[in-house]
Design a protein around this ligand. Sequence first.
Ligand SMILES: Cc1cc2nc3c(=O)[nH]c(=O)nc-3n(C[C@H](O)[C@H](O)[C@H](O)COP(=O)(O)O)c2cc1C
Length: 192
Amino acid sequence: MNTMQNEKLGAISELIKDRRSVRAFKSDPIDTDLITELLNVAVWAPTHGLREPWRFILYKGEARKPLAEAMIRTYTAEEKERLAAQKLDYFMQIPAHLVVVMNEDPRQKQWEEDFACVCCLIQNFQLAAWEVGVGVVWKTNPFIHSPNFREAVGVKPGEKIVGLLHIGYPEQVPAVRPRTDAREKLIIKESV
Ligand SMILES: Cc1cc2nc3c(=O)[nH]c(=O)nc-3n(C[C@H](O)[C@H](O)[C@H](O)COP(=O)(O)O)c2cc1C
């Protein structure tokens, strides 16, 4: 294996830096086989004890409507009045939505490890998607904690929704949001 010492960063580094969260999608359909292929890359995330504590629910076509309606039901009356129609249109315009569900281990150490690895899985998915021109945004809106929404998507007690991913071909790629140089947050302790 290449140790990368003193070498130029490669394609994966470029991909990581190039990826953006996409919020404006073309309505072009996205193939289910492509999504499952991307998921089969994503599942190579590190997972302690090989627990693989994830499962997925994919919404496409007309099935997006009850998903959007479940989300809208979590709104207050004022939010419904102001946002319902617009949010329904937004959900129906995005070709696919993926609910990423984690099994919640009652032991804290295992819970933390499992949450961490599901987050790794989501980032793997986002990167693999970006590599083939597919955009993703990872959503954690308050409705993912709503008992009614959880029930509507079939998430059971002992499971957590880690994210709702919107997936499709980008209509618009947001401007880069530069990161703080890691050296500003790095303390080096090195003995010679
Ligand atoms: C755990 C997590 C939750 C997020 N939740 C949301 C969200 O609810 N809504 C949203 O628009 N973006 C969400 N994002 C995307 C971030 O806003 C995005 O990563 C950030 O603005 C940096 O932009 P970039 O991903 O294009 O570099 C989330 C990202 C993470 C990692």
